[in-house]
Structures are given as C-alpha cells and as structure tokens.
Design a protein around this ligand. Structure first.
Ligand SMILES: Nc1ncnc2c1ncn2[C@@H]1O[C@H](COP(=O)(O)OP(=O)(O)OP(=O)(O)O)[C@@H](O)[C@H]1O
Length: 235
C-alpha cells in the first residue's frame, strides 16, 4: 500500500455552496475519507451529486467551509498550488469518461502524469504501469495502441478507470461509473475498481443512483433535498 492507512485523504467540514441564480444551497457538515476507505454519495436526480464532485475537483469553488486534500486546506492555497495538489492527489472517472479521441488508449492512460510531477515520480516505468493497469482492468494489451474511439463503452469505462488510477492518487472520484453496465458487468467492474484502490490505499468516492453498490463501500452519504437546498448526511 502506497498511502498510509491512518492518513485522511479528504476532509470536508461546514462546506456550503450557493447555486447561481437562486436561494438554494448545497451544504456538507462533515465528510471524511481515510486511505483505502470507500464511500458512496446517493441522491435523487438534480439533488447536487455532480455539484459536490465539482466542488471537490475544483470546477466550482465553495462559498464557505473547509475542503482539504491530504490534510492540506485548499482554500488557503494559491490557485496554482491548488491545481498542482489536485493533479497529484486526485484521479477522476467522469460520467462521460472524457477520453481524448485523438489519443491512443496508452496515451490517454498516461495523460495525468504529464501535469503532475509527484504523481509521475511514483511510477517507475510508465509504459509498464499502463500495461499492468490495463490487465488489472481485464482489458487486452493489444488495445494499447488503438484509438479510444474504436472501443466499446464498457472498454472505454475501464480505460477511464486506468487513467484515474495511474500514479496512485490519494483520492479517486467516480461519477456514475457503472451506468452503462448490466448487473454482472457492474459487479465485476466495481470489484476491479475497489481492489485496485485498496491495493494502493487510495480512497474512493463514488456517485451513484444504484443502491446495489452499497455492498462495495464502507459508508454512504445521502443528499437530502428541502426547499432551501440540499444537505449531505451520513446514513
Ligand atoms: N450552472 C448552474 N446554475 C444554476 N443551477 C445549476 C447549475 N448547474 C446545476 N444546477 C442545479 O443544481 C442542482 C443539482 O445539479 P447536479 O447536476 O449537481 O445534480 P445531480 O444530483 O448530479 O443530478 P443527476 O443525478 O441528474 O446527474 C440542479 O437543481 C440543477 O438544476
């Protein structure tokens, strides 16, 4: 395990974000994830799950509260330092995968290392690691030099996970990663993702509508919607 199990990868405390053009606010009183821990965010469509991932990943900025990665509060850093820490410490599996169509499978997986020197330094041999991750995701090595546009949706999903995992980031965020899969493929995919996170000590925060995924996580958070907005509570 690369990450120290006693380390806290993600800390959110007293966080609030007001959606533009309205009175509705997203609040997160407390959410922490230790190394190797897996949690799921569950809530109705439109409750704010993607908004919370966007706050953690830096697409949006909170109006108040604390958001810390590896114990380092992001709000107190310069924008450049914040971006660097996120690139080093976070792997993201987007709902639409966001693979670059003009790059090969291998180039897509290697991409996060280009922008994160510390993450790059954790990988001895990037090409070998790419091949290892591809195999860990049960994909054939012959896919390495193929264009991602030639892959099935399920294959693209696993390439997106390999890209998030490369360089063992402290935290993996995954937005509806199983939405395109049938129940058997979903369970297999989740087992692969969970075992890779566990081996590295990466924490995993998973967004899903699917209550069946609860069996692979340690904790669940529900997004409670009211007239004034959404509150994220453990359940
Ligand atoms: N740029 C924006 N300006 C104003 N409101 C927004 C904006 N983006 C999202 N919202 C609102 O924020 C709320 C939460 O949206 P969000 O996409 O976070 O929900 P979600 O739980 O991820 O939904 P889904 O499960 O359907 O993907 C919705 O009511 C949406 O209309």
């Amino acid at each position: 395990m690369i990450h120290n199990p006693s380390q806290t990868q993600l800390t959110i405390a007293g966080l609030s974000y007001r959606w533009p053009g309205g009175e509705r606010t997203l609040t997160v009183p407390q959410l922490t994830l230790r190394a190797g821990e897996r949690a799921m965010l569950r809530g109705a469509s439109g409750s704010g799950k993607s908004t919370l991932l966007n706050l953690i990943s830096g697409v949006l900025s909170p109006d108040a509260g604390e958001l810390a990665l590896l114990g380092q509060p992001l709000q107190q850093m310069s924008a450049a330092k914040r971006d660097q820490l996120r690139a080093d410490a976070m792997g993201i599996v987007f709902q639409q995968f966001n693979l670059l169509p003009y790059l090969s499978v291998e180039q897509n997986i290697l991409l996060p290392l280009k922008f994160a020197p510390k993450r790059r330094a954790r990988v001895n041999d990037p090409k070998q690691e790419t091949a290892r991750l591809l195999q860990a995701m049960e994909l054939d090595l012959s896919l390495l030099n193929r264009s991602v546009t030639e892959l099935s949706v399920g294959q693209q999903q696993r390439v997106a996970v390999a890209r998030a995992l490369i360089g063992t980031p402290a935290l993996i965020l995954a937005d509806e990663p199983t939405s395109a899969l049938d129940p058997i493929a979903r369970d297999r995919f989740m087992a692969l993702l969970a075992s890779q996170c566990q081996a590295a000590g990466s924490a995993l925060l998973l967004v899903s509508h699917d209550p069946d995924l609860a069996k692979v996580v340690d904790s669940e958070y529900l997004l409670h919607v009211s007239d004034t907005g959404t509150e994220v509570r453990p359940c």
